[in-house]
Ligand binder design. Structure first.
Ligand SMILES: [Zn+2]
Length: 317
């Protein structure tokens, strides 16, 4: 199905056909180079890992006309008809710990977006080396890659997730009256919780996950949606997960929400608060859906914001 057809079907069919429709070939060329990029945060190393790119389009966004969507992307020198959002995960290495922040789609959005395993392997790290899988939330583009055929992909990792996401996605009764897509999302989340059942670690606030790594609840997109603050010496980096999905648009217009938000108004309020903070503090952020490698600082621009991509870290590369 072409994206145009999807757009016309979306209202009637819910968003059930979303995953396959949004898939775009990205890293499946026979000799694709690894898409991994390393950065030092004090004594901690953060490696951005690409899983691929995804074309969300205007359809799932709420609170903006298609014309205004196109105008913002055009002003940002992007093609509104083919704008890809990154799907990024981040490997955080500190001491003996290897913390993978999200695990990619695992093919949940079609085989074209499933590049994380190869890119992780290219860094020389095996799934068994991962000590913690920090799930920013239990959506399939973040934990689809945590399981294959019902089995945990990271056999030694603790799954670290906010208790509110465990409770929300882990209860099948929450989804019986929901559209098929949400039921599929929930089934995948429940499969992940089951696969890591005896290695599940929940947090409820800004808990320290490991030395220098602190959870930051950012509720709205999902009930337990959380970032991870990384701090070492004078350096810091906030992995802010899904604060934006179509970055140029939601930075320029932070009130624009997306159909996957469980509580859209709360997601927008969380986004507004965090954007003000990171712009004021010039805090470097890493986004799950900002173009790879997804690291930027955020500057005020007009009534909104824009992302300034982080300088390449030649020393850590
Ligand atoms: Zn996401």
């Amino acid at each position: 199905m072409k994206r145009r057809q999807f757009l016309s079907l979306a209202p009637a069919a819910g968003l059930a056909t979303l995953p396959a429709t949004f898939a775009r070939a990205h890293g499946d060329a026979p000799h694709a180079l690894p898409q991994a990029q390393r950065r030092a945060v004090g004594d901690i190393t953060v490696t951005a890992l690409s899983d691929g790119g995804i074309a969300l389009g205007h359809a799932p966004l709420q609170g903006i006309s298609e014309d205004n969507y196109a105008a913002i992307l055009t002003a940002a020198h992007r093609d509104p008809g083919n704008f890809l959002s990154g799907v990024n995960a981040f490997l955080v290495e500190t001491g003996d710990l290897k913390v993978l922040v999200d695990a990619g789609t695992g093919g949940a959005f079609g085989p074209e977006i499933d590049n994380l395993p190869a890119n992780l392997a290219a860094t020389g790290i095996a799934p068994a080396d991962i000590t913690h899988l920090f799930a920013t939330h239990l959506h399939p583009d973040h934990v689809g890659g945590a399981v294959r055929d019902g089995m945990a992909v990271f056999p030694n990792a603790e799954l670290v997730v906010h208790d509110a996401d465990r409770a929300f996605w882990g209860e099948p009764a929450n989804f019986t009256a929901m559209p098929e897509m949400m039921q599929n999302f929930a089934a995948l989340a429940q499969g992940v919780l089951t696969a890591y059942g005896d290695r599940l670690r929940v947090f409820e606030a800004d808990d320290e996950i490991a030395p220098g790594l602190t959870a930051m609840p950012l509720p709205g997109h999902t009930p337990g949606h959380s970032g991870l603050m990384i701090a070492s010496g004078d350096d810091s980096l906030l992995i802010w997960a899904d604060i934006v999905h179509v970055a140029p648009v939601q930075l320029a217009r932070p009130e624009v929400t997306i159909g996957f938000d469980v509580e859209p108004a709360l997601a927008a309020a969380t986004r507004a608060l965090l954007l003000d903070r990171v712009a004021t503090d010039r805090l470097m952020i890493a986004g799950s859906h900002i173009g790879f490698p997804g690291l930027a600082t955020i500057a005020r621009a007009g009534d909104g914001y824009l992302a300034i991509p982080a300088a390449f870290d030649y020393g850590a590369a």
